[in-house]
Design a protein around this ligand. Structure first.
Ligand code: PLP
Length: 386
């Protein structure tokens, strides 16, 4: 197995490790020496349809036939309009704003919430991750990511998840513009948030005229076995952010919002040059139609149940494992010790997994993975954790 020692021309903000990948096939990444890696990372929950997907190839080729990669948002294009209509038809939302990443989607959602409510403050929760820009980082509960860049956006409060009294104190009728939460926390350790907590936030936001934002950048678009994670909780937000798998690996984010929230926004209030360009929007349409299919989502749920049972059995046998939790094809294995050495050990045996915080192994394979491939990966994990 080959490894790049260093890439001096690339800014060293990533601790890149392991081989250099040159190709992808199904649910495997292929290194420059031909070694194949079973991929339970999927570009960190991006490559939902796996590698070399026919759906994505066909969508890109079809979009390129028009000769349009980018057209300014000064003008109309069909793919963005159709994608917005299809997202609206499949969700609580009435309107959509397109951008280029998850952090950008959350930054936009904060601006929209401020304009709508006429207030400024934001409430987020322990274990949250909402991005690395100045407002999204302020709402992210990772002191090590925040500290070097303070002061971040002021007026953002991080409240212990599950502490009702603290939430009631922090969500202030006269000051709070938005409450933001991931229905299933990703980076914070793969933690499904209980439906009754989401319902409590919904009630507090209604009572205090606060925008409720669900960040489904990681858990949305089929990852949990329903198109949107909020559907399983039965709680509907005012704004919802998407990114990661939306355009099949091309950069794209989105904010879905109700007419009520959108009503405060006028031309010039927000913009981004590349948002919703014809190429990315065409690919996103193909991804959305593929995922929002009852057989596809049923398969995600049944593979997820199978994986959950297998991981629970693994956890019961292995003393290092202190908890196993997840939903659909988004699982965390919490360990009694740092998880990073097990990521390395798994990679050395041909399996890619990620961490989610210091002690949690995160499994977010492509949604198209087969049960046999899941079995192969769990077998490697079992060896590594033994
Ligand atoms: C829940 C959530 N929100 C926001 C982001 C930020 O997305 P991006 O890296 O595309 O800015 C991430 C990225 O991991 C995420 O998991």
């Amino acid at each position: 197995m080959s490894a790049i020692a260093s890439a001096p021309a690339l800014l060293g903000v990533y601790a890149r490790v392991g081989p250099q990948f040159v190709a992808g096939d199904g649910v495997e990444l292929i290194a420059d020496d031909g070694t194949r890696y079973l991929d339970f990372v999927a570009g960190i929950a991006v490559n939902a349809l796996g590698y070399d997907s026919r759906v994505i190839r066909t969508a890109i080729a079809g979009a390129l036939d028009s000769g349009l990669v980018h057209v300014s948002n000064l003008y109309r294009t069909e793919p963005a309009e159709r994608l917005a209509e299809e997202l609206v038809a499949r969700s609580f939302a009435d309107q959509v704003f397109f951008c280029n990443s998850g952090a950008e989607a959350n930054e936009a959602a904060f601006k929209f919430a401020r304009k709508w409510t006429g207030k400024t403050e934001i409430v987020a929760f322990s274990g949250s991750f909402h991005g690395r820009l100045f407002a999204s980082l302020a709402a992210t509960d990772r002191p090590d990511y925040r500290k070097p860049f303070e002061p971040l956006l002021a007026g953002v409060h991080i409240v212990p998840l599950g502490d009702r009294a603290a939430a009631e104190r922090a969500i202030a009728p006269e000051k709070t513009a938005a409450v933001i939460i991931e229905p299933v926390q990703g980076e914070g350790g793969v933690r499904p948030v209980p439906a009754d907590w989401l319902a409590l936030l919904r009630a507090l936001c209604d009572e205090r005229r606060v925008a409720l934002i669900f960040d489904e950048v990681q858990c949305g678009l089929g990852r949990t076995g329903s198109l949107f994670a909020y559907e399983q909780a039965g709680v509907v937000p005012d704004l919802l952010t998407l990114a990661k798998p939306l355009a099949g690996g091309l950069p794209m984010g989105a904010v879905l919002l109700t007419d009520r929230a959108a009503g405060a926004l006028a031309p010039g209030d927000h913009a981004t040059t590349f948002g919703g360009g014809p190429l990315v929007a065409s690919v996103a349409l193909a991804v959305l139609r593929t995922i929002d299919d009852s057989d596809f989502l049923f398969a995600v749920r049944s593979k997820g149940h199978w994986l959950g049972r297998r991981l629970a059995a693994l956890g019961a046998r292995c003393r290092r494992v202190t908890d196993v939790r997840g939903l659909g094809l988004m699982w965390g294995i919490e360990l009694a010790e740092p998880a990073a050495p097990f990521v390395t050990a798994a990679r050395e045996r041909g399996l890619l997994v990620a961490t989610a915080g210091p002690n949690v192994l995160r499994l977010v394979p492509p949604l198209v993975i087969s049960t046999q491939e899941l079995e192969r990966g769990v077998g490697i994990l079992e060896e590594v954790l033994a």
